[in-house]
Design a protein around this ligand. Structure first.
Ligand code: ACO
Ligand code: KIV
Length: 551
């Protein structure tokens, strides 16, 4: 048996069958190019007879990609096969993928045909497709709910008719790993009985698997089938597809790579794909963007949290040795690295690590003070804790005396249904007791208030605009959010802001108030106090604190 596993990507065919997904020809070409870079073996580009748009998409892909087979789907009839061929004939290696269901439930209710009729249609379809290309794949739709002996008969006959790949789909995600293993083994035995085993053993005929995820078992079932002798896996990027989706390409590939030891121990040789795993994350993100199907944060391999650690014990482990809580190298998959994310469950080691990565070296006593303040003021208060909030509490701890500004009073209007813009007037007192007053308008009351505060203190508030900084006075808003502590209209508003200055320095500010605009004002003024204190005393403080660690 060969050790090579062929990756048949059906993102553009079964993946596009996800409810709500519809890709343009240009988008399909962009994904196909990404799949070529990922080095999948086969791209199933679509179902050409389905619509002129599908036909054009498949044709365009066949003309675009070179280093990969291009497959087109066709029912077991001549029109579908002719149309499939028309669409893929310019591909470097065109594959016709014809299919018909073999389960009694499909035969009786959907096809309204006998087993004999379906067998004949399958054989005729393969023979007909074979006139166009040697690369003919046959799929026995709903194979896992088919009678095993009838399925074996179909498999044997389509191979005799010329199919070089025989796919055994778990169309409705019904099987379980052990059963699927036994089914593939049963079909291998059938090849032996039919004197076709040599073709299979030499890799001239290949069993393929195509698993749906209705019970969440698509990847497990696919891997189990590989152990039984299948050598092609049909899968989609991010696991998108009909209903609960298909087996996720990234999970199959990384399971084979990460547990190569297990497959080698079990089979006596490793299983290998030719996938360039560093292309997994870029491809996944492209597919998500173009299909509009979000990737859940905890999705294996490609979810935003797949290599992020928030709880203290795990963070400590990862800081000491990544392998304590990670079984894959994120960079091998195309991530920039793992992430230590500060949050409710973070501990002292993570806080120390984060501060050190920003150039702060603290004695155990100073670290304890900052950690305690972080615990009290930030950890339980914010859901997303940017690293800047941690540096912020450090600045509060050591430089609070330097803070210059305090909101004295503010008047901010809030409008509904009026053709006017909200207006903010703020009065800020500095540490020399001088009053700084400014007015401004904004798209909303917070926007107006922030502009007025910035103006009063000599800054120019750019909002979240992507435009370049043009002056030392410019300030960009990097993050802004308000959470409510408590329930109902009397809850406390907690506002967090992160701003960036002309030099790229980012600082965070926090503000709390029963009035959410007031919470926002306090947060921005807190951030500006921290920014100015950092600018005048930050580097000196770093040196002073670091010296304490030497003594
Ligand atoms: C398991 C899978 O993922 S299979 C692929 C599913 N993908 C799609 O369906 C893609 C989009 N489909 C379409 O655009 C349309 O269904 C088309 C163009 C393919 C067919 O449209 P229509 O001709 O209107 O038929 P409709 O979809 O309503 O019914 C399917 C017909 O194909 C027949 N059929 C279904 N599977 C097969 C097959 N593998 N081989 C031969 N005939 C089949 C059905 O019996 C039915 O025939 P009938 O019209 O004589 O009753
Ligand atoms: C056409 C076949 C391969 C299919 O998509 C399925 O059975 O799910």
């Amino acid at each position: 048996m060969t050790s090579r596993v062929y990756i048949f990507d059906t993102t553009l065919r079964d993946g596009e069958q996800s409810p709500g997904v519809s890709l343009t020809v240009e988008e399909k070409k962009e994904i196909a190019r990404a799949l070529e870079r990922l080095k999948v073996d086969i791209i199933e580009a679509g179902f050409p007879v389905a619509s002129p748009g599908d036909f054009e998409g498949v044709k365009a892909i066949a003309e675009t990609v070179k280093d990969v087979q291009v497959a087109a789907l066709a029912r077991a009839n001549q029109k579908d096969i002719d149309t499939a061929w028309e669409a893929i004939k310019t591909a470097t290696a065109p594959r016709i993928h014809t299919f018909i269901a073999t389960s009694d439930i499909h035969l009786q209710y959907k096809l309204r045909k006998s087993r004999e009729e379906v067998l004949e249609l399958a054989v005729e379809a393969v023979k007909y497709a074979k006139k166009y290309t040697p690369l003919v794949e046959f799929s026995a739709e709903d194979a896992t709910r088919s009678d095993w002996d009838y399925l074996a008969q179909v498999v044997v006959e389509v191979i005799k008719a010329g199919a070089v790949t025989v796919n055994i789909p778990d169309t409705v995600g019904y099987t379980v790993p052990q059963e699927y293993y036994e089914l593939i083994s049963h079909l291998v035995e059938a090849l032996k009985k039919a004197d076709l085993y040599d073709l299979f053993a030499e890799g001239k005929v290949c069993f393929s698997v195509h698993c749906h995820n209705d019970l969440g078992l698509a990847v497990a079932n696919s891997l189990s089938a590989l152990l039984a002798g299948a050598r092609q896996v049909e899968c989609t990027v991010n696991g998108i597809g009909e209903r609960a989706g298909n087996a996720a390409l990234e999970e199959i590939v990384m399971a084979l790579k990460t547990r190569q030891d297990y497959f080698e121990k079990t089979l006596g040789y490793p299983l290998e794909t030719r996938i360039d795993t560093t292309q997994i994350v870029p491809t996944s993100q492209l597919v998500s963007k173009l299909t509009g199907m979000m990737i859940q944060p905890n999705k294996a391999i490609v979810g935003a949290n797949a290599f992020a650690h928030e709880s203290g014990i795990h963070q400590h482990g990862v800081i000491m040795h990544r392998g304590t809580y990670e079984i894959m190298d994120p960079q091998e998959i195309g991530w920039t690295g793992s992430a230590i994310v500060l949050g409710k469950h973070s501990g002292r080691h993570a806080v120390k690590f984060k501060l050190e990565s920003r150039g702060w070296k603290l004695s155990p006593e100073d670290l304890a003070k900052v950690f305690e303040r972080f615990r009290q003021e930030v950890k339980d208060v914010l859901r997303t804790v940017h690293d800047e909030y941690l540096e912020g509490v450090l600045l509060d701890e050591f430089l609070e005396d330097e803070y210059r500004y305090q909101v004295q009073a503010a008047y901010v209007s809030s409008l509904y249904g009026a053709p006017l813009k909200p207006l903010a007037q703020v009065e800020i007192l500095d540490n020399k007791k001088d009053k700084r007053v400014a007015f401004d308008v904004g798209v909303g009351s917070i926007d107006a208030a922030f502009k007025a505060v910035a103006k009063a203190l000599g800054y120019n508030f750019m909002g979240t605009a992507e435009k370049d900084f043009s002056s030392e006075k410019d300030l960009r808003l990097v993050d802004f959010h308000i959470d409510a502590v408590g329930k109902g209209t009397e809850s406390l508003g907690v506002c967090g802001v992160v701003i960036e200055d002309f030099h790229g320095k980012r600082v965070a500010g926090l503000g709390k108030d029963y009035d959410i605009v007031a919470a926002g004002l306090k947060a921005l003024v807190n951030a500006l106090n921290r920014l100015e204190a950092y600018r005048s005393k930050g580097e000196e403080l770093k040196r002073t604190l670091a010296q304490k660690t030497n003594g």
